[in-house]
Design a protein around this ligand. Structure first.
Ligand code: ADP
Ligand code: MG
Length: 270
Protein backbone atom coordinates (compact mmCIF):
# COMPACT_ATOMS: atom_id res chain seq x y z
CA UNK A 1 0.00 0.00 0.00
CA UNK A 2 1.17 3.48 -0.88
CA UNK A 3 2.38 5.76 1.86
CA UNK A 4 2.05 9.44 1.09
CA UNK A 5 1.70 12.47 3.30
CA UNK A 6 0.36 15.95 2.58
CA UNK A 7 1.49 18.33 5.30
CA UNK A 8 0.00 21.81 5.62
CA UNK A 9 1.63 24.00 8.24
CA UNK A 10 0.58 27.49 9.27
CA UNK A 11 -0.72 28.22 5.78
CA UNK A 12 -1.69 31.84 5.22
CA UNK A 13 -2.91 33.27 1.94
CA UNK A 14 -4.57 36.37 0.60
CA UNK A 15 -6.72 37.26 -2.37
CA UNK A 16 -6.80 40.77 -3.74
CA UNK A 17 -4.92 42.00 -0.67
CA UNK A 18 -7.36 40.43 1.80
CA UNK A 19 -6.17 37.65 4.07
CA UNK A 20 -8.44 34.61 3.66
CA UNK A 21 -6.40 31.75 5.12
CA UNK A 22 -5.04 32.69 8.52
CA UNK A 23 -2.88 29.80 9.60
CA UNK A 24 -4.15 26.37 8.53
CA UNK A 25 -2.57 23.18 9.85
CA UNK A 26 -3.59 19.80 8.45
CA UNK A 27 -1.96 16.45 7.71
CA UNK A 28 -3.51 13.98 5.26
CA UNK A 29 -1.93 10.55 4.91
CA UNK A 30 -2.60 7.70 2.50
CA UNK A 31 -5.86 5.94 3.21
CA UNK A 32 -7.18 8.74 5.44
CA UNK A 33 -10.27 10.86 4.86
CA UNK A 34 -10.29 14.35 6.33
CA UNK A 35 -13.47 16.36 5.98
CA UNK A 36 -13.25 20.14 6.05
CA UNK A 37 -16.56 21.80 6.82
CA UNK A 38 -17.36 25.44 7.34
CA UNK A 39 -19.78 28.22 6.57
CA UNK A 40 -19.90 30.00 3.23
CA UNK A 41 -16.94 32.26 2.66
CA UNK A 42 -14.78 30.67 5.37
CA UNK A 43 -12.01 29.95 2.87
CA UNK A 44 -12.63 26.30 1.96
CA UNK A 45 -12.31 26.76 -1.80
CA UNK A 46 -9.44 29.17 -1.28
CA UNK A 47 -7.63 26.39 0.57
CA UNK A 48 -8.19 24.01 -2.36
CA UNK A 49 -6.99 26.59 -4.89
CA UNK A 50 -3.91 27.53 -2.88
CA UNK A 51 -2.97 23.86 -2.50
CA UNK A 52 -3.28 23.29 -6.25
CA UNK A 53 -1.56 26.58 -7.15
CA UNK A 54 -4.29 28.52 -8.87
CA UNK A 55 -3.07 31.98 -9.96
CA UNK A 56 -4.43 34.99 -8.08
CA UNK A 57 -3.86 33.62 -4.58
CA UNK A 58 -0.81 34.89 -2.71
CA UNK A 59 0.71 32.66 -0.07
CA UNK A 60 1.95 34.89 2.74
CA UNK A 61 3.12 32.29 5.22
CA UNK A 62 3.46 28.64 6.11
CA UNK A 63 4.43 25.55 4.15
CA UNK A 64 2.84 22.72 2.16
CA UNK A 65 4.72 19.54 1.35
CA UNK A 66 3.80 16.27 -0.32
CA UNK A 67 6.16 13.49 0.69
CA UNK A 68 8.64 16.16 1.69
CA UNK A 69 8.50 18.05 -1.63
CA UNK A 70 7.74 21.76 -1.33
CA UNK A 71 4.47 21.98 -3.27
CA UNK A 72 4.27 25.76 -3.10
CA UNK A 73 7.37 26.03 -5.28
CA UNK A 74 5.75 23.97 -8.05
CA UNK A 75 3.50 24.86 -10.99
CA UNK A 76 -0.02 23.38 -10.82
CA UNK A 77 0.81 20.68 -13.40
CA UNK A 78 3.91 19.74 -11.42
CA UNK A 79 1.77 19.41 -8.30
CA UNK A 80 -0.51 17.09 -10.26
CA UNK A 81 2.46 15.03 -11.34
CA UNK A 82 3.64 14.91 -7.75
CA UNK A 83 0.34 13.16 -6.95
CA UNK A 84 -2.11 15.91 -5.98
CA UNK A 85 -5.58 15.99 -7.52
CA UNK A 86 -8.30 18.61 -7.23
CA UNK A 87 -11.97 18.12 -8.00
CA UNK A 88 -13.09 21.71 -8.30
CA UNK A 89 -16.29 23.09 -6.80
CA UNK A 90 -17.01 24.64 -10.20
CA UNK A 91 -15.26 22.50 -12.83
CA UNK A 92 -13.94 24.44 -15.81
CA UNK A 93 -15.30 23.89 -19.29
CA UNK A 94 -12.57 23.07 -21.79
CA UNK A 95 -14.03 23.28 -25.30
CA UNK A 96 -12.28 21.13 -27.88
CA UNK A 97 -10.72 18.77 -25.33
CA UNK A 98 -12.30 15.42 -24.52
CA UNK A 99 -11.70 13.27 -21.47
CA UNK A 100 -9.74 10.88 -23.66
CA UNK A 101 -7.48 13.74 -24.82
CA UNK A 102 -6.98 14.78 -21.22
CA UNK A 103 -5.94 11.31 -20.09
CA UNK A 104 -3.71 10.80 -23.13
CA UNK A 105 -1.84 14.02 -22.37
CA UNK A 106 -1.51 13.47 -18.65
CA UNK A 107 -0.41 9.85 -18.99
CA UNK A 108 2.10 10.76 -21.69
CA UNK A 109 3.48 13.66 -19.64
CA UNK A 110 3.91 11.38 -16.65
CA UNK A 111 5.49 8.62 -18.73
CA UNK A 112 2.66 6.25 -17.83
CA UNK A 113 1.42 3.42 -20.03
CA UNK A 114 -1.58 4.50 -22.08
CA UNK A 115 -2.60 1.01 -23.16
CA UNK A 116 -5.47 0.39 -20.76
CA UNK A 117 -6.74 3.96 -20.33
CA UNK A 118 -9.82 3.41 -22.47
CA UNK A 119 -10.79 0.29 -20.51
CA UNK A 120 -10.29 2.08 -17.23
CA UNK A 121 -12.44 4.99 -18.37
CA UNK A 122 -15.27 2.64 -19.25
CA UNK A 123 -14.92 0.69 -16.01
CA UNK A 124 -14.87 3.86 -13.89
CA UNK A 125 -17.84 5.32 -15.74
CA UNK A 126 -19.83 2.19 -15.06
CA UNK A 127 -18.97 2.23 -11.36
CA UNK A 128 -20.45 5.68 -10.88
CA UNK A 129 -23.30 5.45 -13.36
CA UNK A 130 -21.77 7.91 -15.82
CA UNK A 131 -23.07 7.41 -19.33
CA UNK A 132 -20.35 6.32 -21.75
CA UNK A 133 -21.48 8.85 -24.30
CA UNK A 134 -19.99 11.57 -22.09
CA UNK A 135 -16.52 10.15 -22.56
CA UNK A 136 -16.15 11.60 -26.04
CA UNK A 137 -17.75 14.94 -25.14
CA UNK A 138 -15.83 18.18 -24.73
CA UNK A 139 -14.66 18.46 -21.14
CA UNK A 140 -17.49 19.71 -18.90
CA UNK A 141 -19.13 21.52 -21.82
CA UNK A 142 -22.92 21.42 -21.51
CA UNK A 143 -22.79 18.99 -18.59
CA UNK A 144 -25.14 19.45 -15.66
CA UNK A 145 -23.63 20.13 -12.24
CA UNK A 146 -24.05 16.50 -11.24
CA UNK A 147 -22.54 15.21 -14.48
CA UNK A 148 -19.54 17.46 -13.94
CA UNK A 149 -19.03 15.98 -10.48
CA UNK A 150 -19.16 12.46 -11.89
CA UNK A 151 -16.73 13.58 -14.56
CA UNK A 152 -14.31 14.71 -11.84
CA UNK A 153 -14.76 11.44 -9.97
CA UNK A 154 -14.04 9.46 -13.12
CA UNK A 155 -10.79 11.41 -13.59
CA UNK A 156 -9.85 10.58 -10.02
CA UNK A 157 -10.45 6.87 -10.66
CA UNK A 158 -8.41 6.77 -13.86
CA UNK A 159 -5.53 9.01 -12.72
CA UNK A 160 -5.19 7.40 -9.29
CA UNK A 161 -3.54 10.32 -7.49
CA UNK A 162 -1.87 10.04 -4.08
CA UNK A 163 -3.97 12.76 -2.45
CA UNK A 164 -7.31 14.14 -3.65
CA UNK A 165 -8.92 17.42 -2.65
CA UNK A 166 -12.66 17.24 -3.28
CA UNK A 167 -14.35 20.63 -3.16
CA UNK A 168 -18.09 20.07 -2.63
CA UNK A 169 -18.11 16.91 -4.69
CA UNK A 170 -21.64 16.30 -3.41
CA UNK A 171 -23.16 19.45 -4.89
CA UNK A 172 -25.59 18.80 -7.71
CA UNK A 173 -25.67 15.03 -7.22
CA UNK A 174 -28.94 13.24 -6.63
CA UNK A 175 -29.14 10.68 -3.85
CA UNK A 176 -28.21 7.68 -6.01
CA UNK A 177 -25.31 9.43 -7.75
CA UNK A 178 -24.06 10.76 -4.42
CA UNK A 179 -24.00 7.25 -2.98
CA UNK A 180 -22.07 5.83 -5.94
CA UNK A 181 -19.59 8.69 -6.12
CA UNK A 182 -18.84 8.76 -2.41
CA UNK A 183 -18.56 4.96 -2.34
CA UNK A 184 -16.11 5.10 -5.25
CA UNK A 185 -13.91 7.54 -3.38
CA UNK A 186 -14.13 5.46 -0.19
CA UNK A 187 -13.05 2.34 -2.12
CA UNK A 188 -10.09 4.25 -3.52
CA UNK A 189 -8.78 4.73 0.00
CA UNK A 190 -8.18 1.01 0.25
CA UNK A 191 -7.70 0.18 -3.46
CA UNK A 192 -4.55 2.29 -3.80
CA UNK A 193 -4.42 4.13 -0.49
CA UNK A 194 -5.89 7.42 -1.68
CA UNK A 195 -5.70 10.18 0.92
CA UNK A 196 -8.72 12.51 0.84
CA UNK A 197 -9.36 16.08 1.87
CA UNK A 198 -13.12 16.36 1.40
CA UNK A 199 -14.58 19.84 1.57
CA UNK A 200 -18.31 19.73 2.13
CA UNK A 201 -21.29 21.51 3.60
CA UNK A 202 -23.27 18.39 4.33
CA UNK A 203 -22.62 15.27 6.33
CA UNK A 204 -24.49 13.28 3.65
CA UNK A 205 -21.23 13.03 1.66
CA UNK A 206 -19.76 11.28 4.69
CA UNK A 207 -22.31 8.46 4.88
CA UNK A 208 -20.45 6.29 2.38
CA UNK A 209 -17.16 8.17 2.53
CA UNK A 210 -16.00 7.45 6.07
CA UNK A 211 -14.14 10.39 7.53
CA UNK A 212 -11.32 9.74 9.98
CA UNK A 213 -11.40 13.34 11.09
CA UNK A 214 -13.67 16.34 10.64
CA UNK A 215 -12.24 19.86 10.76
CA UNK A 216 -14.25 23.05 11.09
CA UNK A 217 -12.87 25.98 9.12
CA UNK A 218 -14.15 29.37 10.23
CA UNK A 219 -12.73 32.64 8.93
CA UNK A 220 -9.63 30.99 7.56
CA UNK A 221 -8.71 28.96 10.63
CA UNK A 222 -9.45 25.43 11.76
CA UNK A 223 -11.39 26.07 14.91
CA UNK A 224 -12.15 22.51 15.90
CA UNK A 225 -11.23 18.97 14.86
CA UNK A 226 -12.88 15.75 15.88
CA UNK A 227 -14.34 12.45 14.78
CA UNK A 228 -17.27 11.84 12.43
CA UNK A 229 -19.73 12.81 15.19
CA UNK A 230 -18.63 16.42 14.72
CA UNK A 231 -20.25 16.46 11.27
CA UNK A 232 -23.50 15.20 12.75
CA UNK A 233 -23.43 17.85 15.45
CA UNK A 234 -22.86 20.58 12.86
CA UNK A 235 -25.72 19.39 10.74
CA UNK A 236 -27.97 19.66 13.75
CA UNK A 237 -26.66 22.89 15.26
CA UNK A 238 -25.04 24.89 12.46
CA UNK A 239 -22.10 27.14 13.17
CA UNK A 240 -23.70 29.33 15.83
CA UNK A 241 -21.27 28.25 18.53
CA UNK A 242 -18.41 29.53 16.38
CA UNK A 243 -20.02 32.94 16.39
CA UNK A 244 -21.26 32.55 12.83
CA UNK A 245 -24.72 33.82 11.98
CA UNK A 246 -25.81 31.89 8.92
CA UNK A 247 -29.03 33.72 8.45
CA UNK A 248 -29.22 36.31 5.69
CA UNK A 249 -31.97 38.90 5.92
CA UNK A 250 -33.71 36.76 8.49
CA UNK A 251 -33.76 33.70 6.20
CA UNK A 252 -31.77 30.64 7.17
CA UNK A 253 -28.82 30.28 4.77
CA UNK A 254 -28.76 27.35 2.37
CA UNK A 255 -26.21 25.80 4.63
CA UNK A 256 -25.72 23.14 7.17
CA UNK A 257 -28.63 23.68 9.48
CA UNK A 258 -31.44 23.47 6.94
CA UNK A 259 -32.92 19.98 6.97
CA UNK A 260 -36.11 19.99 4.88
CA UNK A 261 -37.32 16.83 6.60
CA UNK A 262 -36.76 18.00 10.15
CA UNK A 263 -39.74 17.94 12.48
CA UNK A 264 -40.43 21.63 13.21
CA UNK A 265 -42.11 20.74 16.51
CA UNK A 266 -39.41 18.45 17.82
CA UNK A 267 -37.97 19.39 21.19
CA UNK A 268 -34.28 20.10 20.48
CA UNK A 269 -33.37 19.01 23.98
CA UNK A 270 -35.30 15.75 23.89
P1 ADP B 1 -15.86 28.95 0.79
O1 ADP B 1 -15.40 28.00 -0.26
O2 ADP B 1 -15.56 28.51 2.18
O3 ADP B 1 -17.31 29.30 0.65
P2 ADP B 1 -14.06 30.81 -0.53
O4 ADP B 1 -12.71 30.28 -0.28
O5 ADP B 1 -14.65 30.59 -1.87
O6 ADP B 1 -15.05 30.32 0.63
O7 ADP B 1 -14.04 32.38 -0.28
C1 ADP B 1 -13.49 32.97 0.91
C2 ADP B 1 -13.43 34.46 0.72
O8 ADP B 1 -12.44 34.78 -0.26
C3 ADP B 1 -14.73 35.07 0.22
O9 ADP B 1 -14.91 36.30 0.87
C4 ADP B 1 -14.48 35.25 -1.26
O10 ADP B 1 -15.21 36.33 -1.76
C5 ADP B 1 -12.99 35.54 -1.31
N1 ADP B 1 -12.40 35.04 -2.56
C6 ADP B 1 -12.11 33.78 -2.86
N2 ADP B 1 -11.56 33.66 -4.09
C7 ADP B 1 -11.52 34.92 -4.58
C8 ADP B 1 -11.07 35.49 -5.82
N3 ADP B 1 -10.53 34.74 -6.78
N4 ADP B 1 -11.19 36.84 -5.97
C9 ADP B 1 -11.71 37.59 -4.98
N5 ADP B 1 -12.15 37.12 -3.80
C10 ADP B 1 -12.05 35.81 -3.60
MG1 MG C 1 -16.32 26.97 -1.78
Amino acid sequence: MASHELVIEGLRAEVEGREILRGVDLVVRSGEVHAVMGPNGSGKSTLSHVLMGRPGYRVTGGAVTLDGTDLLALEPWERAQAGLFLAMQYPVEVPGVSLEDLFAESFRAAGRDLADVRDRMVAEAERIGFDERFLARQLNVDLSGGEQKRNETLQLGVLRPAIAILDELDSGLDVDALRRVSRRVEEATTEWGLGVLAITHYSRLLHELKSDQVHILVQGRIRESGGPELAQALEAEGYARFGVDESVDGEPAAGVAADPFADPFADPLA
